[in-house]
Design a protein around this ligand. Structure first.
Ligand code: 5GP
Ligand code: ZN
Length: 138
């Protein structure tokens, strides 16, 4: 996509601090990091949402994430990482090009677990849970 900032990084049209590259994926430092070493991993081709990414590319993308997590942790001496995707604007996605966040975490850094991303917890009945289980399993 011509006006996509991550496509521009992938094509080399704008600079990025590239830390890893495979045939179809690229990883670079977030320009406005939540923590030192905050890294984004993208498919080089433009897909807006995770379900649009073809299966083999998805495998390559998450393979790159797995390779990078220990490297990022080692590089910044992190105690842990949060790994996540804002998949769609309602989930906080601002850049419309699939990207996996790798956010290094440090003991006592004042951050929160990934559970903190959603709103209030719903109070679901067993019937509602049954319906959801069935709907996802279909
Ligand atoms: P989102 O909210 O879409 O999941 O996250 C987008 C991320 O991209 C943000 O963390 C933001 O700091 C990062 N970002 C936005 N523009 C650029 C850019 O031009 N270069 C880099 N390296 N990161 C960017
Ligand atoms: Zn793009």
């Amino acid at each position: 996509m011509s006006d996509c900032i991550f496509c521009a990084i992938a094509s080399g049209d704008i600079p990025g601090r590239i830390v890893h590259e495979t045939e179809h994926t690229l990883a670079f430092l977030d320009v406005n990091p939540l923590a030192p070493g905050h890294t984004l991993v993208i498919p080089k081709d433009h897909y807006a949402r995770l379900d649009e990414v073809p299966a083999d590319l998805s495998e390559e993308l998450f393979g790159a994430v797995s390779d990078l997590v220990p490297r990022v942790e080692d590089a910044v001496d992190a105690d842990a990482t949060n790994v996540g995707i804002n998949n769609g604007p309602a989930a906080g996605q601002e850049v419309d090009h699939v990207h996996v966040h790798i956010v290094p975490r440090f003991e006592g850094d004042g951050g929160a677990p990934i559970h903190a991303v959603a709103g209030e917890r719903p109070d679901l009945s067993d019937d509602e849970m049954d319906d959801i289980e069935a709907a996802i399993s279909e």
